[in-house]
Design a protein around this ligand. Structure first.
Ligand SMILES: [Zn+2]
Ligand SMILES: [Zn+2]
Length: 222
């Protein structure tokens, strides 16, 4: 195992749960350095991720990022639940289960993180620091009521104040960047899951979680 971190808590947790989950370590690399993980993958890794798992087909290796910069270490089990989750992704990959998250913190993977670590679902859902304002760089406005929403990524959403479900009549419009007024929040949007097609329907969830419709050849999960 290549364990590229000087963080002793991360090292101890990885070693403990690698044993608990009976994972082979000869083809496993773990880092707490997002730039190093991005080099392993050969592509950009969003700073918002608390952790990530990827299988590197060319090397035949499993790669894990524990992104300490995003983890709320004021919570005693925060690093633990991220370590356990990424190792569960590796366990799944080895067991031939390539399913992705249904909904982070609420899906079957969250249930297993709780079982393996003993942490509560509440602890699992609150292990990350809030997304910083500057990461919410896209500003959208409802054409009907004027409600303003900030988003981390570009996408198609409709205004949740005007319609609780996705409604093309209330699709939020991107405001060109410029002087920014105080934001009113990030959660009041209806996801474009009711629509189909390549423009609509590829974003999901008030948290801005993204459904990767066309998954690449290498498995990757956060
Ligand atoms: Zn509206
Ligand atoms: Zn995950």
């Amino acid at each position: 195992m290549r364990l590229e971190t000087d963080d002793t808590e991360t090292r101890d947790l990885v070693e403990r749960y690698v044993a608990r989950l009976a994972l082979p370590t000869d083809r496993l690399r773990v880092t707490t350095d997002r730039a190093a993980f991005a080099r392993w993958l050969g592509r950009r890794v969003p700073s918002s991720l608390g952790g990530a798992y990827a299988y590197l087909p060319s090397a035949g290796e499993h790669a894990i990022l524990i992104n300490l910069a995003r983890i709320d270490r004021a919570q005693p089990r925060a690093v633990e639940v991220v370590v356990v989750e990424e190792l569960i992704h590796m366990r799944d990959r080895l067991d031939g289960d390539l399913r992705r998250h249904a909904r982070h913190g609420y899906d079957r993977i969250a249930t297993r993180v709780a079982e393996v670590s003993g942490a509560s679902l509440e602890e699992i859902r609150s292990c990350l620091l809030p997304v910083k304002r500057r990461e919410l760089r896209y500003r959208y406005v409802c054409p009907s009521c004027g409600h303003e929403v900030r988003r981390r990524v570009r996408g198609t959403w409709s205004c949740a104040r005007c319609s609780p479900r996705f409604n093309p009549r209330f699709v939020l419009r991107l405001v060109p960047s410029g002087p920014v007024a105080p934001a009113q929040g990030v959660a009041a949007v209806a996801p474009a899951v009711a629509a189909t097609g390549s423009t609509l329907g590829n974003r999901l969830g008030a948290e801005g979680a993204e459904v990767r419709v066309g998954a690449g050849s290498s498995a990757e999960d956060d």
